[in-house]
Design a protein around this ligand. Structure first.
Ligand code: NDP
Ligand code: OXD
Length: 308
């Protein structure tokens, strides 16, 4: 029998119990803060309690319930533990939908139309073809790569920025710090789909905003810690940025007195850009537990040295 610990200091993950048992009735499941968690071989996590793996001598596999693993590895003693994440076509499709909505919001000037509505003014914003709205994707992985394949079909010129170089027909993919400013200089709508790592923390800052064309917009779907909120507010205030859709925050839920709720030009969404269904999450976890028993290779294992 494999014991699974459902670990989170911010949400009660017990809702996964019936789904995991449906996929593998033999599992023994404990939910944090049940002390039995410390006996588990498998940790299934979102915002894992700090330092908890160090107290789990039998732990053999750490599994995020999400695409990102930052809050699963931060502040933990990982030893040589394998860490896996969720990769799912419907999760990628959900992110495509969210980003498309955001691109349309800026390209079709719905931000201007909503501002006019608030002022009870009938103003028809100038409409331009999709070809005039250049989308820049930070991150060309499972999510950014899917969006890069689909947005051009609607006429949007898309470029990408990743850590490592690659060739994609019909698209410029920039890579590394040396080409970062070149990437930004030709981007009207910047979409952040990066993982949170030591290299990407704070990347959405004054340096980034000032390298964009004046009046560019931001769609931020990565992690809250990518964004220097004061720099965003300053860039919006100066007109360097025209608007921002912000889905992720350093402190979630966003506190009621947070300035971004009411900063002109900002659309706040509650970390809803996309998610896998809980059923998919449970099935992917159970599939990797089977691999653990068989000593087989894990699905969607991350490179913990790289951080994603
Ligand atoms: P992947 O690991 O598949 O892709 C990550 C991409 O980021 C890769 O292209 C990688 O480059 C690039 N990258 C990593 N570090 C750097 C760096 N230092 N400089 C430039 N590029 C870098 O991740 P996913 O696409 O699956 O997910 C991305 C993130 O999206 C998640 O980590 C999570 O934070 C966020 N997310 C947010 C959701 C929401 O609802 N808001 C939902 C799901 C995910 P390379 O290809 O060269 O390795
Ligand atoms: C994820 C998320 O990483 O929900 O999947 O943010």
């Amino acid at each position: 029998m494999t014991t699974v610990a459902l670990l989170s200091h911010s949400v009660d993950l017990d809702f996964l119990r019936p789904l995991l048992l449906a996929a593998d009735p033999s599992l023994d499941i404990a939910t944090w803060p049940d002390p039995r968690c410390l006996e588990a071989e498998v940790a299934v996590c979102w915002n894992a309690p700090p330092g908890v793996y160090a107290q789990m001598p039998r732990l053999k596999l750490v599994h995020s319930i999400a695409a990102g693993v930052d809050n699963v590895v931060a502040g933990q003693d990982l030893r040589e533990l394998p860490v896996c994440r969720v990769v799912d076509p419907m999760l990628a499709e959900g992110m495509l939908q969210f980003v498309l909505w955001g691109v349309l919001h800026f390209h079709r000037q719905l931000d201007a139309a909503l501002a006019s509505q608030r002022a009870k003014q009938w103003k028809r914003p100038l409409q331009t073809p999709a070809s005039a709205c250049r989308v820049g994707l930070m991150g060309m992985g499972e999510l950014g790569g899917h969006i890069a394949a689909r947005l051009p079909l609607l006429g949007y010129p898309v470029s990408g920025w990743a850590r490592t170089p690659r060739e994609i027909a019909g698209m410029t993919v920039f890579s590394g710090d040396d080409s970062y400013e070149d990437f930004l200089a030709q981007t009207d709508v910047l979409v952040c789909l990066l993982p949170l790592t030591a290299q990407t923390r704070g990347i959405l800052c004054e340096r980034t905003f000032s390298a964009l064309p004046r009046g560019a917009a931001l769609i931020h779907c990565g992690r809250g810690e990518h964004l220097v909120e004061a720099d965003l507010i300053a860039a919006l205030g100066s007109g360097q940025l025209r608007g921002a859709i912000v889905d992720v925050f350093e402190n979630e839920p966003l506190p009621p007195d947070h300035p971004l709720w009411t900063t002109p030009g900002v659309v706040v969404t509650p970390h809803m850009a996309t998610m896998a269904t809980f059923d998919v999450v449970a099935r992917q976890v159970v599939r990797n537990i089977a691999q653990l028993r068989e000593n087989g290779p894990f699905f969607n294992q991350v490179d913990t040295a790289r951080g994603y």
